[in-house]
Each structure stands twice: as structure tokens, then as C-alpha cells.
Design a protein around this ligand. Sequence first.
Ligand SMILES: *Cc1c(COP(=O)(O)O)cnc(C)c1O
Length: 376
Amino acid sequence: MHDDVQHGSWLAHGGGQAADEAGVVPSIPMSTTWRRDRGYALVDPDQTYLRDHSPLVRRVEDVVARLEGAAATRLFGSGMAAIAAVVRSVPSGGTVLLQQGTYWGTTAFVRRHCAHAGVTLVEVDTTDAALAAAAVDAHTPDLVWVEVPSNPMLGITDVTALAQVVHAHGGVLAVDATAATPLGLRPLGLGADLSVHSATKELNGHSDVLAGVVSAATVDTASWGHVLAERVGAGAVIGQLEAWLLLRGLRTLHLRHARSVATAAQLAAWLYAHPEVDRVLHPSLPDHPGHDVHVRQADDAGALLSLCVRGGREAALRAVGRLQLVQRATSLGGTESLVEHRATLEEGIPEDLLRLSVGIEAPEDLVADLAQALGG
Ligand SMILES: *Cc1c(COP(=O)(O)O)cnc(C)c1O
């Protein structure tokens, strides 16, 4: 396949045609080990043991690397396994600077790990560029971790500005861009060192696979060496069936993404004008605090939004209970729209906030469902 075709064209072919396979769809290598011949040479020089190398996993990694503009990408068994591999690269005595209000699982893991491993942890609102720069100057962190956009408050951190100050002190900047996908935001092109995704979400897109991915701007760094060692040495690998399902999901990423992003912007504007809605958090809205930075660094505003229902906790729970098409469940990035009252599960989230992951349904049906749920 020519290199100059658009993303969607090679995604539709699962990343291109494998030279060593006649099948249009790759087969699933289930053997965990590979034979040696009588002279004790490997029958296939690339294949020893499945934890070290799988041709199918490499193929999926190459697809994500191309989307990210990355020098290399590695798949993990979940988003959290990918995140843990990066965070564990900081040695004891080092410092991690974590954005306030990241995905709750990330915050919980980083806090517990740093306390356990003797790593200093600084938590800062990185959506305030001056505050973030001052914190990096003061603490010279080994690793800075941000989420763009953040989940569920849709905070926007200026990746380019932060990368400059982090690099001035010799640190590593990692960006979790799960809610954006590489079609919406490519942190490596903005100066980040590592880009991380829960591939469980929109990359797979069908709410049926747990997977994570880490991509690097360059491979000859200590941090990337640690990520590779963590994956193979600590065994944080993805299963073959999951890798295969992820590749299948990626075949339609561009279509799913375009549809859900367009619908999300439409819903954000509609909710913004709704009398029963106090506030809408989505970077597409001109009065979103991160709108200008978002427009500069991202290609689209993504399919995740939050709304604050007038009347507080009771009104929010009443509205969420009335939804018929949108399902009440955690997670995001699937073909089906999902809604969550995050304050039920997580401290520090406004009680009136509902997080909406917008799927690929007919936009009119989503508007109708939200309209009957919100009343008026
Ligand atoms: C879901 C999620 C994760 C965790 O990924 P898993 O695949 O569930 O382990 C990390 N970061 C963000 C932003 C997420 O939405």
C-alpha cells in the first residue's frame, strides 16, 4: 500500500497488507513458544517466546505508532498497565508531578506507588500554564503526567508550553490522550516524550477489550528503556485475542471518531442552550476555559463531554435515571453512548455533573433522549 494514502485508507486494511500472510485478516498466533532445529537455531529467528514478541501485537503497535507519529509503540494488557509502566520508570528519591483531576485510577495508582516507592509526588492544576511552569521550576520533576482532555472535567493543558519547561529541567512529559485519540491529539508532535492511551476506550471502540498503549517520540531514552523492560520483564503484555480484536476495532476508528465527535459538538451546543443545564464542559465551546489552547493543539474536540444539571444532585440523578437510549455505565469511547454520575463513585466531582461519552447513534435520537430526560 502506498504511504501517501489517508489514515482511513490504511486503517480500513488493518494497517496494510502483511507480506508474510495471504489472509486479508491476520491469523491469531496462539503458540506461546517456538521450536529450535537440530542445530539449536531458532526455526523463526524472530520468535522465541510469546511474552517477548508476537507478530500480531507488533502489527497493532505499528498501526498506533503511525497514527501517533511515534518512533515506537508498545501494547499493554490494560490502560493502567501502560500507565504503571511509565510511572514506575521514576527511581526512588525522584519526583513525579501529576495533574490534579486526572482519571481517578491514575491518581490512585500514582499516589499509592509514590508513597510505597519513596518518590515525591506533587499535584498541580496544569491547565493553568503559569502555575504548572512554576511547579516544574520549583520541584524539577523526573516525570510530569497530564491528561488532555482530563476526565471528567475536560481540562485542557498546553502541551507545547509544558514540554518546554519540563525539558529545560531534564524531565519527561507523558500525556494520557485517551479521550482525544491520536486522530484528535498527537502529543508527541507537540513536544511530549510519551503518549499514553487506554485502548479499551475509543481506539478499540466496542467496549469488549481491555488494552493500553504507550508511544515514544524517540527510542534511545532511559524512560523508553524502562517502559520496554516493564512490559516484558513485569509481564504486562496483551493477550493475542485482545490484540486481534483491537486491530479489528481500529479498522473503523476514523469513521467512528468522525461521527461521535460531530455528534458531541452538536450535543454540547444543544445542551448549552438548554434551560435545565447550568454548565457544559466540552472544548468545542468558545467559553470553555481551555478553548484557545485546544484550538491551537488539537484537531477536534473529542466525543467526551460533561454537563451540570440545574437543581444539583437530585436533578442530575433524576435525569440520568430517565435516559432510555443512553446507557448508565462507566467507560467511554464505545459505539454506544454511556452516561455516568461520577460523584457517586469519585470524591471531588460536582454532584450535579453527568459525564457523557457520545457514541455513533443517530444524533437526533440522542437529542430526543436527552430532551425527555432533562424535561424542562
Ligand atoms: C479508562 C482510562 C484509563 C484506564 O484504562 P484501563 O484500560 O481501564 O486500564 C486511563 N486513563 C484514562 C483517561 C481513561 O479513561
